[in-house]
Every structure is written in structure tokens, then in C-alpha cells.
Design a protein around this ligand. Structure first.
Ligand code: GLY
Length: 362
């Protein structure tokens, strides 16, 4: 088992990583949030498997959990779901010290986290991510919230968990496509901060894709260390935390332009990173080798690097330019300077951005 400590000025918490950790969840929650009651929010697809394991572990540790399930679709990450989740908690008269434990992917973690941030003005929150994407990104750092018809993640809070428990065995039952999507965020971490991680993923791709237990623990631990370091430097995204958005401005336009139906988030991020890296080459920021290496590694793990059927570039540009990150009619982008270092760039001419979109079609 590995432990990564996330230390902030007024709060610290452990992120526990290892195979089979769900069995110890109850014991760890008891140490982090000692109380005999808890809310367990579970992705309804895993109620009988990881949800049942989490529940029995909490019960063995003396908790009497109020269990609630939610559907983990992006269209269920709403205030309506949050309200539905409050009712059983209020009916059971759960108190301020009763933790909320979220078991599932990023949607369950973000929604459950917002419940924890707002129920009785905030209760302790435990993240128990069961997808690679949630393990290496969403569960670490305290961003919680829900979508609105006007856009994703527009209502939310920074509510740091008291504990994150990552059972890497849960990756073994994750649909392959979802697992591969999580690798997009891992490769992103390599590009923005850690060329050694980038090379390690390249060299260990077979073991990772073969779900080798020790490769999975090392993969998750190395990525959690990067995410935690970024959050420790810049909890509220005043600066470097925005580097985590590498590839994401393009990705959000792809997701919105295809009505969130065609590409999973990690696939859109993969295409977005390729476009951003090519844009960086095209505008003289970095060597073409970065975009080339990135494209090769993304393909090697099964992520898309071309998309012939993307919406028209004019439509994608319109979506990008209506993003909240636009200033003076120019998009704010995270672009690589070299492998392991990125910058936030706000003066890229729109015709160069349009060419980067076009490059994805060839
Ligand atoms: N997922 C990006 C962040 O946590 O800031």
C-alpha cells in the first residue's frame, strides 16, 4: 500500500492506494471521521459489487450507513440529484459529524462531494474512486459540484475530503474503454510535469493495459503524487492548477459539439492534447518532437489521435470562443513548451487554433 499526504495550510489528508483496500475502508473512515453514522453514495452500476464491499466494510467498523445510489451519467450530475440525496440523510437525522462516503467514478465523487459540502453547511467527505480517471484526477483536490443546462461544473465548491481510499483492484472490473480514458489524464500529467512518468507509461504500456497489480499501484501513485503536488501549490486555481487543463479547452468543445454522446471525456482530452501540442509547434513554442511523441504514446494505449468526423471547425471555434476562459476574443490555452513543462497562453491567433482543429482530421 502507498500513502500520499495532501497538505494544505489548514487541512491535510491521506490518499491511500493499494489493491483490496475497499475491505479496510470502514477502519480508515473511522480513523478519519470518527462517528457511528455515515452516508454511502454509490454509483448504481456497482451497488452489488464495490458498493456492497464498501457497505460491509463500514458495517464491520461499526457504522450504520444510510446508503443511497445515483446514476453516474453526466445528465444526472445535477442539483435535482443532490436534492434527492439530501432526503434520506435528513430523514435519518444525520449530523454534522457523519461523513459522506462516495464510491464510484468522477460523477459520483463530484455530486457526492457537493452533497457533503452543503449538507448542514458541510460534513466530512471521503472519496473512494473506482475509475482510473477519478483516481488520478477528480478525487484529489476538493473540486466538487454539478452541471447546469448552461454548462458543466458551474455550481460547486472547494470541499477537500478527509480521506481518499483508492482500491486499485476496482480497475480490474472497469470497462476497458473507461480504463483507457483514464490513461489520457496520466499521459497529461507526464506532459505538464513529469517526462519520466511519460517514458515510464511508454515502457510499461503492456503491463498497465494487462492490469498488472503492481503496475496499477505504481501508475496511480505516481499520478496522485503529481495531482496532489499541483493542488498543494495552488488549491484554488489561481495559477499552476490551471495547467491540469492541458488539452481540456479543445476537449470541452469536442464534447459539447458532439452533444456529449460520441466521445468519452478521456478520448476528447486525447484529441485535445494532440491539437494543443500541434498548435504549440505551429506557433513556435515547442519542438515538433513533443507532438509526435505524444501522438505515438496516445495511440499505443488505444486513445484516438485523429477524428475525421469532428463537427466543422467553425462550430468548434464558436464553442471555444463562448467558453468562460476567453479574454479579448482569444482563447486561453495551456500549451507545452517541452515535455514536462507547459504555459498558459492567451494570445494565440484564432486562425492558428483553427488549423490545429483541422490537423485532427488528417
Ligand atoms: N481536474 C482539474 C482540477 O482538479 O483542477
Amino acid at each position: 500500500m502507498a500513502t500520499v499526504d495532501l497538505v494544505l495550510p489548514h487541512h491535510r489528508y491521506p490518499i491511500q492506494i493499494g489493491p483490496g483496500l475497499l475491505a479496510d475502508l470502514g477502519k480508515m473512515v473511522r480513523e478519519a471521521a470518527p462517528h457511528n453514522r455515515a452516508t454511502l453514495i454509490i454509483d448504481d452500476k456497482i451497488t452489488e459489487t464495490h458498493g456492497a464491499a464498501a457497505r460491509s466494510s463500514l458495517e464491520s467498523a461499526g457504522f450504520d450507513p444510510v446508503a443511497a445510489t445515483m446514476h453516474a451519467g453526466e445528465d444526472h450530475k445535477t442539483l435535482a440529484t443532490v436534492e434527492k440525496l439530501y432526503h434520506p440523510m435528513l430523514d435519518a437525522r444525520l449530523e454534522r459529524k457523519s461523513p459522506v462516503v462516495a464510491v464510484g467514478g468522477g460523477i459520483v465523487g463530484d455530486t457526492g462531494g457537493f452533497v457533503a459540502a452543503s449538507y448542514l453547511r458541510g460534513v466530512p467527505f471521503v472519496q473512494c474512486p473506482t475509475t482510473l480517471l477519478a483516481m488520478v484526477d477528480a478525487s484529489v483536490g476538493g473540486k466538487v459540484g454539478v452541471n447546469m443546462p448552461q454548462g458543466k461544473n458551474l455550481i460547486g465548491a472547494f470541499h477537500q475530503p478527509v480521506l481518499v481510499v483508492i482500491d486499485t483492484d476496482t480497475l480490474k472490473t472497469l470497462p476497458k474503454r473507461d480504463f483507457i480514458c483514464g490513461l489520457a489524464e496520466c499521459i497529461k500529467h507526464g506532459v505538464i510535469r513529469d517526462p519520466d512518468l511519460f517514458d515510464w507509461i511508454d515502457q510499461n504500456a503492456d503491463a498497465i493495459l494487462g492490469l498488472d497489480s503492481s503496475a496499477l499501484v505504481e501508475l496511480v501513485e505516481r499520478n496522485v503524487r503529481i495531482k496532489a503536488a499541483v493542488v498543494m501549490e495552488d488549491e484554488k486555481e489561481a495559477g499552476v492548477r490551471a495547467h491540469l487543463n492541458f488539452g481540456h479547452t479543445f476537449a470541452h468543445a469536442i464534447e459539447a459539439g458532439t452533444e456529449y454522446g460520441k466521445y468519452l471525456h478521456g478520448e476528447a482530452v486525447s484529441l485535445g492534447m494532440v491539437a494543443a501540442a500541434r498548435l504549440a509547434t505551429d506557433t513556435g513554442r515547442c519542438d515538433a518532437a513533443v507532438a509526435d511523441k505524444l501522438t505515438v504514446l496516445l495511440s499505443k494505449v488505444g486513445l484516438p489521435t485523429t477524428a475525421k468526423d469532428l463537427p466543422a471547425t467553425s462550430k468548434l471555434m464558436d464553442i471555444m470562443l463562448s467558453d468562460k476562459k476567453v479574454a479579448d476574443g482569444k482563447v486561453r490555452l495551456v500549451l507545452p513548451d517541452k515535455l514536462g513543462a507547459v504555459s498558459i497562453v492567451s494570445d494565440t491567433p484564432n486562425d492558428r487554433v483553427a488549423s490545429a482543429w483541422d490537423s485532427l482530421r488528417s
